[in-house]
Design a protein around this ligand. Structure first.
Ligand SMILES: [Ca+2]
Length: 318
């Protein structure tokens, strides 16, 4: 296997020596699949096959779109009082509606494993509550965050709640991970005191999210929908070309831009070029000898796919 790789490598070297050195010389090359990145990553992580968008939501089927009759991966207690609703949604086309004359909740079938070194998570859910207005003081919608310890005991960690009738509104609960908590989860509950007059309250639930950090980001089903790689400063003496290699599954894209300056300060203030999605692009060194590049990974639609960015090369004209 090693021999094969060497063989390919030497072929590539010979090819490049012949092809590239004829017109350009390489100033900067990063193979993200084989070497640690230089530069900064935002909402992006390095994997074996290159840079990819980070997972922005650990909840499966978080928008209830992968469902048939019942919301896959969740259970409703009890099912006579709640169902998938294909006519109302915060994201996608479906939500879950709970109807209660007593309290009722929607709970996921799984827990998210807490990662080592991560001390904060944040749980969020979009809800649209409609209360029995005769008794508004008895009703609320609540998101409860659960933790599991070594003995797999459920512990109520936090709860965020809201009273009143609203259009779509987000319940948010930051979670500081305690030492003994290994798994976390969140459910959504329609709390209603037993109704004596048979009147019902209802809540629509959609866009459930558990992510790293203290503040929630825009709802996404899996990956962050935008991530940025910023290169280190690269020394140049004249203009040249920037080339890159990437895989882009459907509904994803990659864009690249650059800026140029004489000093680190000037570079900071310098304007970026327009984003370009087709490799290669040319750059100029009119303003000085420093060049910086940004790469933007995008996942459109529901954020279910990530592009993979595998290499970036900067070459100067000869
Ligand atoms: Ca949905």
């Amino acid at each position: 296997m090693k021999q094969k790789i060497l063989y390919f490598f030497s072929l590539a070297t010979i090819f490049c020596a012949f092809q590239c050195h004829a017109q350009t010389s390489i100033l900067f090359k990063e193979e993200f699949s084989t070497t640690p990145h230089r530069g900064e990553l935002k909402h992006i992580e390095q994997k074996e096959n290159g840079l990819s968008l980070k997972i922005g939501n650990f909840v499966n089927n978080a928008s209830f779109e992968e469902s048939h009759k019942a919301p896959l991966g969740f259970f409703i207690y009890d099912t006579t009082k709640g169902a998938l609703d294909p006519t109302v949604a915060h994201s996608g086309k479906h939500s879950v509606r709970l109807d209660g004359d007593t309290s009722i909740y929607l709970h996921p079938n799984y827990f998210v494993q807490v990662k080592e070194g991560v001390s904060w998570y944040v749980a969020s859910v979009w809800v649209k509550p409609q209360y029995n207005i005769e008794h508004p003081e008895d009703n609320s919608v609540q998101m409860r965050v659960w933790g599991k310890d070594k003995e797999k005991k459920n512990v109520l960690v936090h709860a965020a709640s809201m009273a009143g009738t609203h259009d779509w509104v987000r319940l948010v609960q930051p979670i500081e991970v305690k030492k003994d908590v290994l798994f976390i989860s969140s459910d959504t509950m329609l709390r209603q005191k037993n109704s004596t007059d048979g009147e019902k309250s209802a809540v629509w639930i959609d866009s459930v999210q558990i992510e790293e950090g203290k503040r929630p980001t825009e709802f996404t089903e899996k990956y962050y929908r935008e991530g940025i790689y910023t290169s280190p400063e690269i020394s140049v003496s004249k203009g040249g070309i920037i080339t890159w290699k990437a895989e882009m599954p459907s509904e994803t894209s990659i864009e690249v831009r650059w800026k140029n300056g004489a000093t680190a300060e000037a570079l900071e203030d310098s304007k970026w070029s327009a984003w370009s999605s087709i490799s290669p692009i040319s750059f100029s060194a009119e303003k000085g000898s420093l060049l910086q590049i940004q790469v933007r990974l995008l996942s459109k639609g529901r954020g279910l796919e990530t592009p993979i960015f595998s290499s970036l090369t900067v070459a100067e004209k000869q």
